[in-house]
Design a protein around this ligand. Structure first.
Ligand SMILES: O=C(O)CCC(=O)C(=O)O
Ligand SMILES: [Fe+2]
Length: 485
């Protein structure tokens, strides 16, 4: 390299200084070629052609990108507002909708949001898993009062019925031998039934919804004289001594207390569409602003559910919505789906929970595994909100007017509903003093985009049933038109 570099250097030095011709001779030679008129004309022609080419190129680039934009906006119906000359090829509701998801940033982060024109609310991030926010003062004291009074006027019903008649018949119809049942219940296939395996049995044979602690099960074992050797395990021999509906009959005889149900509360539903009380319509509009979702999605969701817990009331930890399996239908789009499937679940993308009063004692909303999957890590039954609320990762104290809201599903990464968020597990801790009033606004969205679109198409063809009309009141299980309250 050193050699090459010095050779170059040498070559340059030689040509610059080499006295090959006298300087004046070289000058006259340049003058005759560069400064001649014809040379000037040629240079100018080239210069102009060059400028014209550049301008033409700029025009070309400008026009071709404009056309590309126009054709792109025709292809993507979500952005085709500027294309009046060509009607959208799909109906309006089928446009690609991208669901807004509010960012949590970090726990404790506060965002200022405008939910009522001219006012500002503070929205605090409570957890990222699930994505959970708290908004103090979401409802005024007057609004809380009106909602509670409307619910009372309409009448509240028991949220969960006691063990039902007919369950006995169900157990009798079971066409399986004790060995077959034992084998099915023996989840870990170790030839014995552990307490939790029997717990599943009890849920099967009684109405689903009785909450049993290990102590309750021991009591049932003792009552039925089932666990002869008293080791908390049922062998096949011990199991065979029990009749199919032994557990259920025992529960019926002994009587199940309300505190032993999955939930112990009363509730009702309040219609929020056109013609509803102004306060209810205002709340719906505010929820739409809060969630930044298309108003149609909020309009077509379940009515407002108002819940009252008496002293001693609770709701064990649960998910408001079900997991996503291809064969599962959402309750709200079930009628519009072309398939019939035995599996049906609530598809509640968002829960907005309003506290209508401040509770004197207990009644917190617990999120047992928020932000930290401690669920499997200890042997405490974190689902049990009567006993283990204090072990939950996060508890929200009920304060009049405050709203909390969270996403029950993750995003699919393409602007639509994805997998169920297992961290969204939550429940109502036992009310130790006074009563507790809450309201739930669930926003129903089918994780299957096409099914949601078909449902919206169906509803838009029946405009008189719009606004909570073709609604999915889980208590009724068939579409009804809410004309009351
Ligand atoms: O009462 C609470 O704090 C929670 C209520 C709840 O989870 C529900 O109604 O689904
Ligand atoms: Fe819930």
């Amino acid at each position: 390299l050193g050699h090459q570099r010095s050779a170059l250097h040498n070559r340059h030095t030689v040509s610059a200084t080499s006295p090959l011709r006298p300087p004046c001779e070289r000058l006259s030679c340049h003058k005759s070629s560069v400064c001649s008129r014809s040379y000037f004309v040629v240079v100018m022609v080239f210069f102009h052609v060059y400028i014209i080419n550049v301008i033409a190129l700029l025009f070309y680039v400008h026009y071709s990108s404009g056309q590309e934009d126009a054709s792109r906006s025709r292809d993507a119906p979500a952005t085709n507002h500027q294309c009046p000359e060509r009607p959208p090829s799909k109906p309006e509701f089928l446009r690609e909708v991208s669901l807004t998801r509010i960012e949590g940033i970090r726990v404790g982060h506060v965002q200022r949001v405008s939910l009522i024109p001219g006012t500002v609310h503070e929205m605090r991030t409570l957890s990222l898993k699930p994505l959970l926010f708290e908004i103090p003062g979401f409802l005024s004291a007057d609004e809380c009062r009106v909602v509670m009074q409307l619910a009372q006027l309409k009448g509240l019903m028991e949220s969960q019925l006691m063990v039902q008649d007919g369950q006995e018949e169900l157990a009798k119809e079971l066409n399986l031998s004790p060995e077959e049942i034992f084998n099915l219940l023996d989840i870990n296939q170790d030839g014995q039934l552990q307490l939790h395996e029997v717990y599943v049995t009890v849920l099967w044979f009684s109405s689903d919804g009785i909450w049993l602690t290990p102590e309750n099960l021991r009591e049932i074992y003792a009552g039925l004289k089932a666990d002869k050797d008293g080791n908390d395990l049922l062998s096949l021999e011990e199991f065979k001594l029990l009749s199919n509906d032994a557990f259920q009959r025992f529960l019926l005889q002994r009587g199940v207390k309300r505190s032993q149900l999955v939930r112990n509360s009363r509730h009702t539903w309040l219609y929020q569409g056109k013609g509803a009380h102004q306060v209810l319509q205002d709340i719906k509009a505010r929820v739409t602003r809060l969630t930044r979702l298309p108003p149609t999605l909020v309009d077509l969701s379940e009515p407002l559910q108002v819940v009252r817990y008496e002293e001693g009331g609770h709701y064990h930890a649960h998910h408001d919505s079900g997991p996503v399996y291809p064969e599962t239908a959402c309750t709200h789009t079930r009628l519009a789906a072309n398939t019939s499937t035995p599996f049906e679940t609530s598809c509640r993308y968002i829960t907005v929970l309003f506290y209508l009063n401040s509770v004197e004692g207990g009644g917190e909303t617990a999120f047992p595994v928020a932000d930290n999957r401690t669920y499997d890590e200890n042997d405490v039954d974190l689902l049990d909100t009567r006993r283990n609320c204090d072990r939950s990762n996060l508890r929200v104290k009920p304060t009049k007017g405050t709203a909390v809201f969270w996403y029950n599903y993750l995003s699919d990464g393409r602007g639509w509903v994805g997998e169920q968020d297992e961290y969204a597990l939550h429940g109502g801790c036992v009310v130790t003093l006074g009563t507790k009033w809450v309201a739930n606004k669930w926003i129903n969205i089918d994780p299957d985009y096409q099914r949601q679109a078909r449902y919206q198409q169906l509803v838009s063809q029946h405009p008189e049933e719009d606004d909570d009309g073709l609604t999915l009141n889980p208590d009724i299980q068939s579409p009804t038109i809410h004309q009351d309250l």
